[in-house]
Design a protein around this ligand. Sequence first.
Ligand SMILES: Nc1ncnc2c1ncn2[C@@H]1O[C@H](COP(=O)(O)OP(=O)(O)O)[C@@H](O)[C@H]1O
Ligand SMILES: [Mg+2]
Length: 193
Amino acid sequence: MQAENIIQWFKLYNDKIKENKSYLTELDGPIGDSDHGANMARGMSHVMDALEEETESTPAELLKTIAMQLMSKVGGASGALYGSAFLGMSKAITEDDIQWAEVIDAGIAMIKKRGKSDSGEKTMLDVWVPVQEALHGGSLTREVIEEAVQSTEAMKATKGRASYVGERSIGHTDPGAASSGLLFEAAIEAEVF
Ligand SMILES: Nc1ncnc2c1ncn2[C@@H]1O[C@H](COP(=O)(O)OP(=O)(O)O)[C@@H](O)[C@H]1O
Ligand SMILES: [Mg+2]
């Protein structure tokens, strides 16, 4: 059951990434190098191919496969960060009844470690952390996700490529925050959590 939900989660995420490919690339223009949409679309195509071979896999095995594809095929900083997050999450699944709040904790710990980053630096973490807090509080809603993505607009980037433009990063939504928003919206739709 959980494995089916995870596969559905990534089918929906793949659809959202494809639909928003140009938008994500547009966001990566003024504060980056205009490749985030293409990076994520390429990575997700490989994830979908790999998942087709995984009909008998456990949730932990599925997340590991997803991690490996994202890490090796997305390219860019986001590939290493998403990949590390899902690898940490795959290792955090220890029981049949998955405690997603705790699994997301493990993902965030990996992003922070790999990215040497924290909340408030205008990155994907500014979506992952509010989602984590909502899950620990018992309810993740679309509003929480939308607000978190939106909150990055006013932030000044201090990590990643966007930090190179310093003050000029203010006023733009972070692309990795936007793609993470799509990830968690897909999770809600697939009834993963
Ligand atoms: N150190 C970091 N910690 C957390 N997230 C980061 C970090 N560096 C970059 N990111 C995320 O990665 C996104 C950029 O992804 P992408 O454009 O695919 O890679 P690149 O920056 O290498 O071109 C940013 O919008 C941000 O959310
Ligand atoms: Mg980029």
